[in-house]
Ligand binder design. Sequence first.
Ligand code: C5P
Length: 225
Amino acid sequence: TAAPDLGGLHVVVSAGGTREPLDPVRFLGNRSSGKQGYALARTAAARGARVTLIEANTGLPDPAGVDVVHVGTAVQLREAVLKAGADADAVVMAAAVADFRPSEYATGKIKKKDGVEAPAVTLVRNPDILAEISADRARPGQVVVGFAAETDDVLANGRDKLRRKGCDLLVVNEVGERRTFGSEENEAVVLAADGAETPVPHGPKEALADIVWDLVEARVDRAGR
Ligand code: C5P
């Protein structure tokens, strides 16, 4: 059993991927499995934290000893993160949040029409939850962690994203055709706003999760707890 070094802390983890509905039967989605977010939730609970897991479309069973909130869309995920994050010591955004959603939702199933090739789908921007909670911390000293999947110039893009999002830690991993999605393993670099860069060798998602919690624990403000 792990040392309860996160005892007394409340941490919020988002996991999975949002689905943005077009009509009652169709959505725009992504390939996030939710496994890294679940590993983060399990390891934090094992280390003594009170954990709220905000789950989007993973199909995974609720982990024991964790409060789970189920959401579907980016807008619902934002509401849940703001609510649970209000008194959290750390928020880890492992979920893949859709950057865009269909601008209109058809309340009835979209049908083929004679003489019309295909309907056009227009999109609107979703809120950037990570940027928002980083800019507007719910508690002083709250640690905010983001994830970034990059296909090339991984480190340069990661450093740039860390700055733009304003979070404290950014876990950057390289993705490609056969990497990361749905896999039990991960390989990453954790970039910190204070300049620290922690390479994490290829290994189980739990190992990466433990390193993230080590880095969070070192930065969390326990004063006033
Ligand atoms: O900008 P990009 O999507 O690459 O950033 C990934 C990080 O930002 C992840 O931590 C993800 O949870 C978060 N994100 C968010 N809201 C969005 C898009 C991404 O919080 N609309």
